[in-house]
Design a protein around this ligand. Structure first.
Ligand code: BGC
Length: 411
């Protein structure tokens, strides 16, 4: 017998995507340069060409029946040269966001999703104090020009990922391995976030403003005191280090939950290799059947929601949750992933945790940073030679959930 898990009225069903990963040809960014230096498996090129073909993708959003679309805007397009703002790019973003509004789809817009203009990275970078004012000036401009079309603001997406891997691990731009620069950059991003929070509220008092955290669940193998301590440190590093500095400057907590990080200690692996998640002997176990080598763990969704609510006592938005498949249309395991994770979300809502909405990552197959185009996260498959969009089975299953505001499960 099937049973329906009803979600609260007004629950915001959505999907997420980021500008750099889908728009194509963002050649004025530090990431584009990084790709040209051969640091990624593939180059992003035209990506999904969302910049030109966004109406097609908005048709898909309507077919899905989502109430919200989480997207982002590119600083490098809006401010192509220091202090010079592009009216053309701003107008184009007005058209894109306006098109979503016409279709009655709410917008959740991220202002910085890992990419910076080349001029910013060359002259400033977040390790320099001046970055706070430079970044806030962009936020002020973007909010005054586009704010009327934005329902929910996310200032930074998962900043600890690019800060850690860009200033300590050296595998993302700007490619440094310098703990002093890292600490300074974390402090400056925290200050830039607080300043942006105030600017956005001054221009649009009713706005909802937050940040997203890559909030996976970490467990250590064995229950030794040492490993448990490492586990707590890993969690503090990923969430607490920045989150504690900005905790009163978030109207909601944005959680990107994907997987279980099982920490192990391996005496034979005393080296730093961020690309393979090896940190001086501590490694994260991998699932070789998964295109990102990630371990799926639906229960972790509940564990992170409980932990985040306990810590911040703020409404939560699940800003990303998803799983990769290989190229091709078949994605039964994605359907299973979505359902099992939503069951955990439902349990949390029943226990009184205020979850505002859920975004599946992602609408389309897209440019997966260092991994290029191989891992496919889309509800919609993209043929990257023709850019044809083909909905997968998960698209229809997720559409059903969005439309019914409920998940049907076997009893
Ligand atoms: C990031 C996305 C990325 C996804 C899958 C998230 O952490 O926000 O940009 O594509 O993970 O790796």
């Amino acid at each position: 017998m099937a049973k329906k898990l009803k979600f609260p009225a007004g629950f915001l069903w959505g999907v997420a995507a980021s500008s750099y990963q889908i728009e194509g040809n963002n050649s004025n960014t530090d990431w584009w340069e990084w790709e040209k230096q051969g640091k990624t498996n593939e180059q992003s090129g035209t990506a999904c060409d969302y910049w030109n073909q966004y109406e097609k993708d908005h048709d898909l959003l309507q077919k899905l029946g989502v109430r919200i679309f989480r997207t982002s805007i590119e600083w490098a397009r809006i401010e192509p040269e220091e202090g010079v703002f592009s009216a053309e790019a701003i107008n184009h973003y007005r058209e894109i966001l306006g098109d979503l509004k016409k279709r009655n789809i709410k917008t959740q817009v991220t202002l910085w999703w890992w990419t910076s203009p080349i001029w910013f990275q060359k002259k400033y970078g977040f390790h320099r104090r001046a970055s706070i004012d430079i970044f806030s000036r962009y936020v002020e401009k973007a909010t005054s020009e586009l704010g009327d079309l934005i329902d929910i603001f996310t200032v930074f997406n998962e900043p600890m990922v690019p800060l850690g891997q860009g200033f300590l691990g050296g595998i993302l731009p700007p490619g440094s391995k310098n703990p002093c620069k890292f600490i300074r950059a974390v402090n400056h991003v925290a200050a830039a976030h607080k300043k942006s929070y105030e600017i956005i509220h001054r221009i649009k008092p009713e706005a909802q403003v937050g940040i997203t955290y890559l909030y996976n669940w970490y467990e250590s193998e064995g229950s030794g005191f040492f490993l448990n301590a490492i586990n707590r440190i890993a969690q503090w590093y990923r969430i607490g280090l920045l989150g504690n500095k900005i905790k009163d400057y978030q109207d909601y907590i944005g959680i990107n939950y994907y997987r279980l990080g099982k920490i192990r200690f391996d005496m034979k692996n005393i080296k730093l290799d961020s690309r393979h998640q090896t940190y001086f002997g501590f490694t994260i176990e991998e699932d070789s059947n998964n295109p990102m080598r990630w371990i799926t763990y639906a229960k972790g969704m509940k564990l992170v929601l409980e932990e985040a609510y306990e810590k911040y006592k703020k409404p939560i938005f699940i800003t990303e949750n998803g799983t990769p498949t290989n190229a091709g249309i078949e994605d039964d395991n994605r359907v299973e992933y979505i359902k099992t994770h939503l069951i955990e979300v439902h349990k949390c809502i029943e226990r009184g945790i205020p979850v505002l909405g859920y975004n599946y990552w992602s609408l389309l197959d897209n440019f997966e940073w260092l991994d290029g185009y191989r891992p496919r996260f889309g509800l919609v498959e993209i043929d990257f030679s023709t850019l044809e969009r083909k909905p997968r089975k998960s698209f229809y299953e997720y559409a059903k959930i969005c439309k019914e505001n409920a998940l049907e499960i076997d009893n």
